[in-house]
Design a protein around this ligand. Structure first.
Ligand SMILES: Cc1ncc(C[n+]2csc(CCOP(=O)(O)OP(=O)(O)O)c2C)c(N)n1
Ligand SMILES: [Mg+2]
Length: 430
C-alpha cells in the first residue's frame, strides 16, 4: 500500500465505515495553512501510520514522500524530469502573465463585465489539466481563463474572447466568464456557482455510456470539474457527488479552496471546513493537497486520473490555495487580512517550482528566463491579435441565446429586433 487512494479505498468498502467513525486525532495529521488557525494541529498522534490505515483520509504530503523513491523521473529521488518540470513551469508562467495582462487591459477599458483572475492558483490548473488528453473534458467557473489556457486553448483566442471580438473562442459572445472550446473539450466557464458541476457529471456519464453501452472500448475519457470552496456548500455539489459515486463516473471534483468566497471566509460559511472529507461520505476518496505546490498537486492528479480512466470512479480533491488578487478586478480587496495575504505570497507556486528545479540542478536560471521571455511575447501577440480583430455584427447578439428567437429577439417580420436602430436606445417597440 503506497498511495492515498489505496488507503482510502480500503476504508470506504466496509458498508458501515464512515467519517464519523474515524479517530478524531487523524484530523491533526493534516496541516491546513495560513489563516485557518482553527485547523492547526494541537498534537500529532505518536503512531500516525497506524491511524492512517484505519482512516478514510491521508495527508498527501506523505504520499509524495513515499513516492520519492519511485518517481517517474529517470533521476533518483526527484519528483519530475527536466522536461516535465519545464512543461509545468511554462504553463504556470503563461497563466500568470496572461492574467497580469488582463488586469492591464481591463483597466484600460478593453474588457467588459466582471473579470476574475487566477493569480496564485496556477499550481491547481497546471497540476491537474496537464495530466489530461485532448479528448478529456474540463468544466470551469467564472475564474476560467487559465483553465482554458492549460487545456490548450490558444492565448489569442482567450484574449480575443475577453475583448469581445469575433476571433474569440466563443466568437466574442461569451466573454470572461464563459470560455468554451469544443475543439479542446473545455465545456465552459460558468458564472452561476455550482452550475458547471452537473455539466461535468453529464460529460463523465457520456464517457461511461460510450464505453459500456455503445461498446466504444477506447473511450476512457476523464472529466475534471473545477470549483471553489464557497461553491462546495451548494446542493449541486452534493447531488453530483452522489450520482458520480453511484454510477462510478470518470470524474474528478477539484475544489480550489482559496479560503474565501468573495468576502465570506470559508471558516464562517461551512459546518466542516475540511471539504475533502465529504468524498468518503459518498463512497469516494477524498484527498487534501497543498494547492501551492504543483508537484504535490500533480501527484494527486495522476492518481485520480488513473483511477477514473481504469473505471474505478470519481475522486474528490481539495486543493488548499490562495488568490493573490481581489475576487474580481472590481474588488478593492480590503476584507482579507494583510498578514494572510503576505503569508501566501511567500508560498507563490511559481517561485516554489523554480526553486525546486534550480536546487535540484534540473535547469539553469537562464532557461527559465527564456521561457518567461517567450511567454511575454505570446501574451503581447495575443493582445495585438485581439485588438486587430473585428467586433461581431449586431445580429449575432441573440444567436445561441434562444432556441427559437421568434417573439424574443426576432420581430414578426422576421428581422432581428436588435437591427432596429432604436433598439439600443431603449425606445424600440419590442
Ligand atoms: C448561484 C449563484 N449564487 C451566487 C452567486 C454570486 N457569487 C459569485 S462568486 C461567489 C463566491 C464563490 O466563491 P468560491 O466558490 O469560493 O469561488 P472563488 O471565487 O473563491 O474562486 C458568489 C456567491 C453566483 N454567481 N451564483
Ligand atoms: Mg473561494
Amino acid at each position: 500500500m503506497s498511495s492515498a487512494f489505496s488507503a482510502i479505498n480500503t476504508v470506504q468498502r466496509p458498508p458501515h465505515a464512515s467519517v464519523s467513525q474515524e479517530n478524531p486525532s487523524v484530523r491533526s495529521s493534516l496541516p491546513f495553512l495560513g489563516s485557518t488557525h482553527k485547523l492547526r494541529p494541537n498534537s500529532l498522534h505518536k503512531n500516525g501510520a497506524s491511524i492512517r490505515r484505519q482512516s478514510s483520509i491521508v495527508a498527501v504530503s506523505d504520499v509524495v514522500k513515499q513516492k520519492k523513491t519511485k518517481s517517474s523521473s529517470s533521476l533518483p529521488n526527484l519528483l519530475i524530469t527536466k522536461q516535465e518540470g519545464l512543461v509545468l513551469y511554462e504553463d504556470m508562467i503563461l497563466g500568470r502573465a496572461f492574467e497580469d495582462m488582463c488586469a492591464q487591459m481591463y483597466y484600460r477599458g478593453k474588457m467588459f463585465g466582471f473579470v476574475h483572475l487566477y493569480n496564485g492558483q496556477e499550481a491547481v490548473s497546471t497540476g491537474f489539466i496537464k495530466q489530461l488528453k485532448k479528448e478529456d473534458c474540463v468544466v470551469s467557473t467564472y475564474r476560467d481563463h487559465v483553465h482554458a489556457l492549460s487545456k490548450g486553448v490558444p492565448a489569442r483566442a482567450v484574449m480575443s474572447e475577453l475583448f469581445g471580438k469575433t476571433t474569440g473562442c466563443c466568437r466574442g459572445q461569451g466573454g470572461s466568464m464563459h470560455m468554451f472550446s469544443r475543439e479542446h473539450n473545455v465545456l465552459g466557464g460558468f458564472a452561476f456557482i455550482g452550475e458547471g458541476i452537473p455539466v461535468a457529471a453529464g460529460a463523465a456519464f457520456t464517457s461511461k455510456y460510450k464505453r459500456e453501452v455503445l461498446k466504444e472500448a477506447d473511450c476512457d475519457h476523464v472529466t475534471m470539474a473545477f470549483f471553489g470552496d464557497g461553491t462546495a456548500n451548494n446542493g449541486q455539489f452534493f447531488e453530483c457527488l452522489n450520482m458520480a459515486a453511484l454510477w462510478k463516473l470518470p470524474i474528478i471534483f477539484v475544489v480550489e479552496n482559496n479560503l474565501w468566497a468573495i468576502g465570506m471566509s470559508h471558516l464562517r460559511a461551512t459546518s466542516d471546513p475540511q471539504i475533502y472529507k465529504k468524498g468518503p461520505a459518498f463512497g469516494m476518496p477524498g484527498v487534501h493537497v497543498d494547492g501551492m505546490d504543483v508537484l504535490k498537486v500533480r501527484e494527486v492528479a495522476q492518481e485520480a486520473v488513473a483511477r477514473a480512466r481504469r473505471g474505478d470512479g470519481p475522486t474528490l480533491v481539495e486543493c488548499e490555495t490562495y488568490r493573490f488578487r481581489g475576487h474580481s478586478l472590481a474588488d478593492p480587496d480590503e476584507l482579507r487580512d494583510p498578514a494572510e495575504k503576505a503569508h501566501y505570497a511567500t508560498r507563490d507556486p511559481i517561485t516554489a517550482l523554480k526553486k525546486y528545479m534550480i536546487e535540484n540542478n534540473l535547469v539553469e536560471e537562464a532557461e527559465l528566463k527564456a521561457i518567461e521571455k517567450k511567454i511575454d511575447e505570446v501574451v503581447e501577440e495575443a493582445v495585438e491579435f485581439a485588438e486587430a480583430s473585428p467586433v461581431p455584427v449586431r445580429s449575432q447578439l441573440l444567436e445561441n441565446v434562444f432556441a427559437d428567437p421568434k417573439g424574443f429577439g426576432i420581430a414578426p417580420d422576421g428581422r432581428y429586433r436588435c437591427e432596429d436602430p432604436k433598439f439600443t436606445e431603449g425606445t424600440a417597440h419590442v
